[in-house]
Write a protein that binds this ligand. Structure first.
Ligand SMILES: NC(=O)c1ccc[n+]([C@@H]2O[C@H](COP(=O)([O-])OP(=O)(O)OC[C@H]3O[C@@H](n4cnc5c(N)ncnc54)[C@H](OP(=O)(O)O)[C@@H]3O)[C@@H](O)[C@H]2O)c1
Length: 285
């Protein structure tokens, strides 16, 4: 698959996690194709800086706070009469179990619950726009487990990579279930692994690894954000809706499921129900 130079003039694209790394690079590439881009970030300074660089509009929201997500959705709906692409790309990994003010495990809230809430708050506009919803997952889903009884618990054992992988598996299950619930509406959704990309997501890694990633020595292993953004741009712009809907891509290639949990319809539905309960939103289907 190749990324096309599709003209996006007149299209509105919302990219979360656009204040840094893959999202910032994707925002630049989509703006360069003529799209009107909403740059969504957590850090006001970084968000303003990226938005100015790519002539886009800045929106600040902390996904660790549902109130911020609700306010973000309201501002986007007030500003844009159509939303052609929503890229749920914000995410991260944290070394310890942390409970947010909303009472959720931080990694689960930022990486899954808040994108779930944002998508559902924007859903009517997305459906009207026959939009594309692109979700940044990760190849860590391959070895992940997702126990819905413990993933969002305030206490219990915690492994950073295990929690991260579980939330990225949740991104893939969300994509499948959203596709199922919106079948025949014209909305298309897909998830992807961007590659192993040298970004701030590794800021909580041990010092040696952080040093290595920032050095040119890392180039054979860690691709740069411009390249990491390619699958997001491809899935946001390809015209072949049927080939991508509900599916997961490893970079630009469709990946046959490497974890049976990622294609478990019952788990996908139970995750959706839990997410509705926790975020307090009624949704499609
Ligand atoms: N880099 C990789 O190798 C890799 C591999 C697989 C998947 N991914 C995924 O790619 C996505 C982008 O990450 P990246 O690698 O580009 O890392 P990054 O440079 O650290 O970017 C992460 C983005 O997410 C935002 N974010 C983090 N916590 C947030 C919060 N609480 N509320 C709102 N926004 C928040 C950050 O905002 P601020 O900068 O404003 O704080 C930033 O814009 C993530 O979903 C990550 O899991 C990355």
């Amino acid at each position: 698959m190749a990324v096309q130079d599709t003209d996006l003039t007149g299209k509105t694209v919302v990219v979360t996690g656009a204040s840094s790394g893959i999202g910032a690079a994707a925002a630049a590439q989509l703006a360069a194709r003529g799209a009107s881009v909403a740059v969504v970030g957590r850090s006001p300074e970084r968000t303003a800086e990226v938005a100015a660089q790519v002539s886009a509009e800045p929106f600040v929201a902390d996904f660790a706070r549902f109130d911020d997500v609700r306010e973000l959705a309201a501002r986007l709906l007030a500003r844009y009469s159509r939303i052609d692409v929503l890229a749920n790309n914000a995410g991260g990994t944290w070394p310890e179990r942390t409970v947010t003010d909303d009472g959720n495990e931080l990694t689960f809230q930022v990486n899954h619950l808040s994108p779930f809430l944002l998508t559902n708050l924007l859903l009517e506009r997305l459906l009207q726009s026959h939009a594309r919803v692109v979700n940044t997952a990760s190849m860590t889903y391959r070895t992940a487990k997702l126990n819905l009884d413990t993933i969002n618990a305030p206490t219990g054992s915690f492994k950073q990579l295990g929690e991260y992988g579980a939330t990225k598996l949740a991104n893939i299950l969300f994509t499948r279930e959203l596709a199922r619930r919106t079948e025949g509406t014209g909305l298309t959704t897909a998830a992807f692994h961007p590659g192993v990309v040298a970004t701030r997501v590794y800021d909580t890694a041990p010092f040696g690894l952080r040093w290595f990633i920032r050095s040119p020595l890392s180039r054979p292993i860690f691709i740069r954000p411009d390249k990491g953004a390619e699958p997001l741009v491809y899935l946001a712009t390809t015209e072949n809706d049927a080939a991508i809907n509900g599916r997961y891509f490893h970079r630009l290639e469709l990946e046959p499921p490497r974890n049976k949990l990622a294609v478990d319809p019952d788990l996908a539905q139970r995750l959706w129900t839990l997410s509705e309960q926790v975020t307090g939103i009624g949704s499609v289907g």
